[in-house]
Design a protein around this ligand. Structure first.
Ligand SMILES: [Mg+2]
Length: 137
């Protein structure tokens, strides 16, 4: 018998679609995307931007570990301060991933569900290529 998840795309597909709509809306409003969906960036540009957010997460970890380093308020600009820290950078990764999938018409919820279903069919620590020194489970 194959193990499976109890979750289905119906559970997270709608929230993901809503989050994608939020990303699309702010990126169009702030000039990062055209309203007609066209882009001057290449696919490679979007991949590089995803990498850059992961690198920012590493730098945030080096500076603050997992602490939220966001200041309470930006008094100079009189607005909420820019979020800083690993959590904020991971949010940037998700924002860029949702944006990239939206631009290229990739149904991330469906791809996620398909990959999770496949992962359930794989052997425990398939391939044996772990990073840790000991068995974790
Ligand atoms: Mg960032």
């Amino acid at each position: 018998m194959t193990e499976t998840s109890n979750y289905t795309v119906e559970l997270f597909g709608k929230p993901l679609a809503a989050m994608t709509a939020m990303v699309r809306e702010v990126n169009i409003a702030k000039g990062w995307r055209s309203a007609d969906g066209s882009t001057t960036n290449s696919f490679g540009d979007y991949i590089a931007l995803l990498h850059s957010e992961l690198s920012e997460a590493l730098e945030a970890y080096r500076d603050y570990r997992l602490a939220d380093a966001t200041a309470a308020y930006d008094r100079e600009l009189e607005r909420p301060a820019k979020p800083e820290g690993v959590g904020s950078e991971f949010a940037d990764v998700l924002i860029r991933l949702l944006d990239t999938c939206d631009i290229y018409g990739i149904d991330l919820a469906a791809e996620f569900e398909r990959k999770i279903a496949y992962n359930w069919t794989r052997a425990f620590q398939h391939g044996g290529r772990t990073l840790s020194e000991g068995v974790s489970a």
